[in-house]
Design a protein. Structure first.
Length: 128
């Protein structure tokens, strides 16, 4: 199922991105990475991924929220599933969820860091 599917990781933590990249590649996905929201948008405009893993806090606390909103309101990208993977709750104490905060967070799923590889891969398979 993963053969030929591309996942774009947009996260400013190179260690996290590298670890997730290895997990996804071992599962047969092609993986591209971007270190911030601007790089992520450039990567989207260059070649469409099948799914996006997106951090919330990058250069600014709301970069992931803003990028997710941009993706979901752009006809070119809105059908691409977005999974938010973040430590924002741990860092800020703020809690949010796509099911209850969908108007502000239009992602298809949200995971708190750290995430288990099995949970992530299961959700990716569901969305693809």
């Amino acid at each position: 199922m993963s053969k030929g599917k591309t996942i774009l990781i947009i996260d400013d933590d190179p260690d996290f991105a590298s670890a997730i990249r290895k997990i996804l590649m071992a599962a047969g996905y092609e993986v591209r990475t971007a270190g911030d929201a601007k790089e992520g948008m450039t990567a989207l405009e260059t070649a469409l991924p099948d799914l996006i893993l997106l951090d919330v806090m990058m250069e600014h606390y709301d970069d992931g929220f803003n990028l997710c909103s941009s993706i979901k309101h752009d006809d070119r990208f809105k059908e691409i599933p977005v999974i938010i993977v973040t430590a924002v709750t741990e860092v800020t104490g703020l809690k949010f969820d796509p099911e209850t905060d969908g108007e502000y967070l239009e992602a298809e799923a949200l995971f708190q860091k750290p995430i288990t590889p099995d949970d992530l891969l299961k959700k990716i398979e569901e969305l693809l």
